[in-house]
Ligand binder design. Structure first.
Ligand code: ARG
Length: 455
């Protein structure tokens, strides 16, 4: 392609380190869409004849069909997807093929292709996140009344509802979706027509190609257009944050399915057995979702480091932008699909959750609150009195609602048998009616709000 100045072919190792066709063939559809928009614009501007344009457009369509059919002869010698497609076009249509590259460069071409590909992926994540949110919402609705233990420090804290717990994740994934949408808005500008770095002397129409490719506008600075990869970094950052949310839920699923917890069960569809221990049912999918965050965040770090310190405009370093994004997005897609599947599959064990909800003196705060509300004690004093009641229960090997009234009165004479009404986990959760609280009615309100937004 640059034969004029060169007389010898590159060394094998030069070719091996330089070629990106092994991975950037993923951009084939975007590359062809970009070329079609460019050729159509060149003809409209009188830079290309209508006959050449028509030959180019049908040649590109034929090449796309070849690629989709797996019949395209990809060549490492031709370095990347752009040169592979262009060379093939020349083979097919002759001289007209050589006119396609007028007024553009691979630098604006690759930036355009990669933006289109990333944008498509963000749209897929939007869809997959909506699906996961719907799965969580369905579980939240079915279990608005299911009482379970709430933890801090993974120690018994206060009873909550299973539906509330599901909605907590729904909120996180909603923010992830919103981050993806924000990122899409910012990245949706067209680099095409920036050419190598400085623009072009041809009377091109960048608004036209931007519109044809679904961009909101052309990028305003040609140097920036070919140099910017923050769109990819931002998408990777959004993906990384989303992956941390997935890994937290995955971790809970691993804990909850253990024989010691038994909070939920996963079916055969989302578990595997052991080749030696016949009793095993392992939550492999959850473990792998938990682990995928490593690759995804690693990709963000990798690209951050590639981009830092690069002088303007294009440097070949930037060819290293694609694999991290491809790898991270492939992992995120799998993780989102697996998580939606697991959330739909999970069967909460209501009896076990209720039993666990009362463990660890989880309604102690309710005693303290009762002392404040009924005996007008300052909360700090009530906290102290309750601590002594808990110590007494622990000493006697009893739960809080198993203590006799006389035991509690020995600590605080003002306590009456009304206190028993707040000691059950169900009463505890039901009383937490503050906005955003875990009370079943509050959960149902939020379910309703989300239902109207998600459908
Ligand atoms: N394969 C290259 C990349 O991915 C395309 C751009 C090459 N541009 C250049 N001036 N060598 O970045």
């Amino acid at each position: 392609m640059w034969g004029g100045r060169f007389s010898a072919r590159p060394s094998d190792i030069m070719q091996a380190i330089n070629a990106s066709i092994g991975f950037d063939q993923k951009l084939a559809a975007e590359d062809i869409a970009g070329s079609k928009a460019h050729a159509t614009m060149l003809a409209k501007q009188g830079i290309l004849s209508d006959a050449d344009r028509d030959a180019i457009l049908s040649g590109l369509d034929a090449i796309l069909a070849e690629i989709e059919a797996g019949e395209f002869p990809f060549s490492e010698e031709l370095e990347d997807i752009h040169l592979n497609v262009e060379a093939r076009l020349k083979d097919r249509i002759g001289e007209a093929g050589g006119r396609l590259h007028t007024g553009r460069s691979r630098n604006d071409q690759v930036a355009t292709d990669f933006r289109l590909w990333t944008r498509k992926s963000l749209d897929l994540f939007d869809h997959l996140l909506t699906d996961l949110m719907t799965a969580l919402l369905d579980q939240a609705e079915a279990h608005a009344d299911t009482i379970m233990p709430g933890f801090t420090h993974l120690q018994s804290a206060q009873p909550v509802t299973f539906g509330h717990h599901m909605l907590a994740y729904l909120e996180m994934f909603a923010r992830d979706r919103s981050r993806m949408r924000d990122c899409r808005v910012r990245m949706n500008e067209s680099p095409l027509g920036a050419a190598a770095l400085a623009g072009t002397p041809y009377p091109i129409d960048r608004d036209m190609t931007a519109e044809a490719l679904g961009f909101d506008r052309p990028m305003a600075n040609s140097l920036d257009a070919v140099s910017a990869r923050d769109f990819a970094l931002e998408a990777l950052a959004a993906a990384s944050i989303c992956a941390t949310h997935l890994s937290r839920l995955a971790e809970e699923i691993v804990i909850w399915t253990s024989a010691q917890f038994r909070f939920i069960a996963l079916s055969d569809a989302f578990t595997t057995g052991s080749s030696i221990m016949p009793q095993k049912r392992n939550p492999d999918a959850a473990e792998l979702v938990r682990a995928k965050v490593g690759r995804i965040m690693g990709s963000l770090t990798a690209l951050m480091i590639v981009m830092k310190g690069l002088p303007l405009a294009y440097s070949k370093d930037m060819q290293e932008d694609k694999e991290p994004v491809f790898e991270a997005f492939e992992s995120l897609e799998l993780a989102l699909r697996a998580m939606a599947g697991m959330v739909r599959d999970m069967a909460p064990n209501e009896a076990r959750l209720a039993e666990a909800a009362g463990a660890g003196f989880s309604t102690a705060t309710d005693i303290a609150d009762w002392l404040v509300m009924h005996l007008n004690k300052p909360f700090r004093d009530a906290h102290h009195v309750t601590g002594r009641i808990v110590a007494l229960a622990e000493e006697k090997g009893l739960t809080l609602d198993g203590l006799a009234l006389s035991d509690m009165q020995a600590v605080e004479p003002g306590i009456t048998d009304e206190i028993f009404s707040v000691l059950s986990p169900l009463a505890s959760a039901t009383s937490r009616m503050s906005y955003g609280g875990t009370a079943p009615d509050r959960v149902r309100e939020q379910v309703k709000r989300w239902r109207s937004q998600l459908t």
